[in-house]
Design a protein around this ligand. Sequence first.
Ligand code: FAD
Length: 290
Amino acid sequence: MKISEILESKKTLLSFEVFPPKQQANFESTVKTAKELCALSPDFMSVTYGAGGTTRENTVEISAQILSFGTPALAHLTCVGNSLDSIKSTVSEMKKNGIENILALRGDIPQGLPVPLDKDLEHADILVKILKQEGFCVGGACYPEGHPESQNRQDDIENLKYKIDAGVDFLTTQMFFDNNMLYSYLYQIQSKGIHVPVFAGIMPITNSSQVSRMVKLSSAYIPAKLLSICDRFSESPEAMRQAGIAYATDQIIDLISNGIRGIHIYTMNKPSVAQEIYRNVNSIISAINS
Ligand code: FAD
């Protein structure tokens, strides 16, 4: 099922992200993770595409497994590591496997690796255009705190319009830990005429060392409240896990109360964390959609 169709029938959607294994030996354990997450009946599950196309086949195969568990799948696809020809063959593979939704990304340019960016695929908007022509429901990424390569947030929003003009059906945000960042961003994009549904990307912080990694990865602002949690519970893994789940739950409840169209949880392939968050917000999401 296309995510655009699900969006028509529900006020707020819930989705989970998994990443495919880099090593084939871990394939079955990733399928098990995906199955456990599908058992929570999310509206869809997304499957990332390894930097530089390193997990191409597994992204398609895990997405196909998710479909076989009765859950709509959103396969990620990047420009980095691809040419127009390889995009064509991946797209045909995805179609053969019944995949109807793709998150179109440029991808991060791996440092020091010889992965050239094809001249015809310099930005995600080009990929969006190709995938829309192929009949897919297509999502794009957006950055409430601005993309790290952009001079400022305004420039990034101007560039976001290319993806919108190319026909993107929805956007999923980079992780953020301060909901006010998202609210001010939504206000700004709407004032620029961008009205597609936005999924809020939520990353539960369940161990304190994750914070520095996440800041490096996303340049996200870490509010004092989350810093204090990490500081206070860095030596107590169980307490840190519980406090991190509570923090993410709090963010989600606030977002739902403020009318966000979708919550997308970066599960880091940890079903137990997603299960606890799901238990915390399930009735709230059901009430919104009833
Ligand atoms: P783009 O939209 O191309 O934007 C990149 C930069 O170029 C931005 O600064 C933007 O302002 C600017 N720009 C955009 N369009 C134009 C244009 N037409 N002309 C000039 N400038 C332009 N990476 C992976 O490798 N695999 C994944 O599975 C993956 N999943 C992700 C999921 C989400 C929800 C998010 C938020 C990110 C994900 N990423 C993934 C990371 C993503 O690939 C990187 O953040 C990458 O640096 C940018 O990708 P993009 O699609 O936003 O690129």
